[in-house]
Design a protein around this ligand. Structure first.
Ligand SMILES: O=P(O)(O)O[C@H]1O[C@H](CO)[C@@H](O)[C@H]1O
Ligand SMILES: Nc1nc2[nH]cnc2c(=O)[nH]1
Length: 211
């Protein structure tokens, strides 16, 4: 922290195709993951592997330009390590973005889904970054997931979409995480759809759980 004057309250994890958001931060200080002790390295194409501090619309933010996935071979502890670092930096709002496959009838390729709830299939099977001794300074032993996706922030997102004239490509939905790296078979996609899942992807939920 001695190398940046920024003290962010908001962290944004940029998924595939969204890394350029970090490039728009004003008064930037950026750090390659390879220069940060304990950080894993990005191996996914298009994930730059940089932590960028700066101002976005007057808010001090830190952006992950590239995230870590279980399918890259990282342990869950490693993939979620940056979120613990954010907590220690004083971040209290985490915005997680990623590319996902849509299953809902009304969601077209390129649309935006705001997550209102999730189904964590690996987590339900016991694969969870909170496994092991609990460090109470990061949160309780048994965190509730019912308030995981802040209603106020979701309303702001929908309101801003209206103001920008993109509300027609944005809706709320239920998101499921699967292990990957293969995408779903047709039968699996049908099953998820019948279970009430609107979009499916390969990782991010673990970040929400750890904060
Ligand atoms: O936006 P990211 O996090 O890369 O997420 C999704 O996009 C990739 C697959 O197309 C996978 O990495 C999947 O997890
Ligand atoms: N599981 C899964 N992850 C994705 N990431 C981007 N598209 C998809 C998809 O269709 N399925």
């Amino acid at each position: 922290m001695s190398q940046t004057k920024h003290r962010p309250q908001v962290a944004i994890i940029c998924g595939s195709g969204l890394g350029m958001l970090a490039d728009t931060l004003k008064c930037q200080d950026s750090f390659a993951y390879s220069d940060i002790p304990g950080f894993p390295q990005s191996t996914v194409q298009g994930h730059a592997g940089r932590l960028v501090f700066g101002e976005l619309k007057g808010k001090t933010c830190v952006c992950m330009q590239g995230r870590f996935h279980m399918y890259e071979g990282h342990s869950l502890c490693k993939t979620t390590f940056p979120v613990r670092v954010f907590k220690l930096l004083g971040v209290d709002t985490l915005i997680v973005t990623n590319a996902a496959g849509s299953l809902a009838d009304g969601l077209q390729p390129g649309d935006i889904m705001v997550i209102k709830d999730h189904v964590n299939f690996p987590g339900m099977g016991g694969l969870n970054p909170l496994t092991g001794p609990n460090d109470d300074k990061f949160g309780p032993r048994f965190p509730a997931m019912s308030g995981c996706y802040d209603k106020g922030l979701r309303c702001v997102a929908m309101e801003v979409a209206k103001q920008l004239g993109v509300a027609n490509i944005m809706q709320e939905g239920v998101y499921a995480m699967v292990g990957g790296p293969n995408f779903e078979s047709i039968a699996e996609a049908r099953l998820l759809h019948r279970l009430g899942v609107d979009a499916v992807a390969l990782f991010p939920l673990m970040d929400e759980i750890i904060i």
